[in-house]
Design a protein around this ligand. Sequence first.
Ligand SMILES: C[S@@+](CC[C@H](N)C(=O)[O-])C[C@H]1O[C@@H](n2cnc3c(N)ncnc32)[C@H](O)[C@@H]1O
Length: 195
Amino acid sequence: MQALMSIKKYAHEHDIPIMKEEGVSFVCEYIKKHNIKRILEIGSAIGYSAIRFARVSNDIFITTIEIDKERYLQAVQNIKDFGLENRISIYLQDALLFETTEKFDLIFIDAAKAQYIRFFEKYKTNLLDGGVILSDNLSFHGMVEDENLKCNKNTIMLVKKIRKYITFLRENTEFETEFIKCADGISISKKRNSE
Ligand SMILES: C[S@@+](CC[C@H](N)C(=O)[O-])C[C@H]1O[C@@H](n2cnc3c(N)ncnc32)[C@H](O)[C@@H]1O
């Protein structure tokens, strides 16, 4: 669709990281297959993934949080252009400070990689029974699996944080996590007693 193409083009031109087709298709399929209706997204950027998720079905409602004002304003415009303002609620805030008592079927973490453990711990209580937490970019362009990583100091720090998050998920006694080698690496965490 032309309008989705123009969001992708804008993201590319403004160096805004949005989900690649493989990852967004995987999550959309997951939403469809598991009849997900209420989604919390951490990291909206310009609204691309939220719009894709909302378009899976007319009865899906999304809350999404973005810290960057310029991206937030662009997301608001994009959501409006798609006529989705009644189903996508977007907030301009640091997700670590956002407060909600709402419960969700799916929480999608796609924001600052260094904060993934904190996002997970903060929002796990917002899951409905049987709900899941999906996290994106766990492979970080293949760097997480690369034992001989040669890149700048900041990237190495980030990769270490992602590895720490993966260990946190693997050792988590409350949640069971499946790691999907799709797109940039996605994890699916379910509460152990929720089956
Ligand atoms: C990878 S982008 C999100 C892409 C989006 N999910 C998509 O695929 O269309 C990550 C976004 O998270 C935002 N972000 C980073 N830290 C955040 C925080 N603490 N709270 C809310 N948003 C945050 C960044 O500004 C950035 O726009």
